[in-house]
Design a protein around this ligand. Sequence first.
Ligand code: ADP
Ligand code: ADP
Length: 228
Amino acid sequence: PLAIEVRDLVVRHAPGRAPALDGVSLRLAPGRRVAVVGPSGAGKSTLLAALMRTVEIESGHILVNGVDVTAIAPEEVRARITGLTQDPYVFRASLRDNLRLAGPQAGEEDLAAAVRRARLSAWVAATGWEATLGEDGRTVSGGQLQRLALARALLYDPEVLLLDEPAESLDEPTADALLADLLDATHGRTTVLVTHRLRGLERVDEIVVLSGGRVAQRGTHQDLLAVP
Ligand code: ADP
Ligand code: ADP
């Protein structure tokens, strides 16, 4: 089955208000990555909230690996979908200890120590983070915090990863570098990336443009942004 299949999703934040999502559909094959872009108020955060099941769905369906998540408990959804928040929690401790203290999400069992160690050392090797591990989590940059949050999320090998504006509030070079690292680290993992930056999106499989709660355009970076 598809990793994510959103069908005709309608979400309204309050009765009588215009829907924040007005019939959005999205299909994502396993291991593919989609970037959801669009202006402020387009419905990007609402789509992520619907995938996390933290908002009520008025109509439509969300299937994750064939399971209709509109029909199961939110705690069960957590075990399948892991999101990175814009403002990750960090202990006043080294990044190494922050990684060691990463805990399971609700509904998940904690990992065996050996699995945890193996996944963390693979991640550290892949990202060249050895030199960074001793830094205090409270003093590192926003980019490093997002990398910490991603490492914590990947520790639990989620079926679907959601990234919510990871490069928000970073300066351009830092944002470019972070996005490149995130796209390296999520290669082959089903990922929904919400962003309002178009730079660096050559590497995602599809770009969906939301506007006013509807899909205005969708296609590859080449389809949408190549110079005619
Ligand atoms: P984006 O993430 O693309 O900026 P949002 O999903 O945050 O868009 O917002 C879509 C629409 O829903 C906007 O009109 C916004 O004002 C409204 N909205 C978002 N969150 C809430 C909320 N918690 N309560 C009421 N309205 C909301
Ligand atoms: P809405 O709530 O938006 O009116 P419906 O319940 O009418 O949506 O479903 C829309 C379409 O999706 C229908 O063709 C329905 O048969 C189909 N559908 C609904 N739920 C599922 C599901 N869990 N798996 C596969 N198809 C479904």
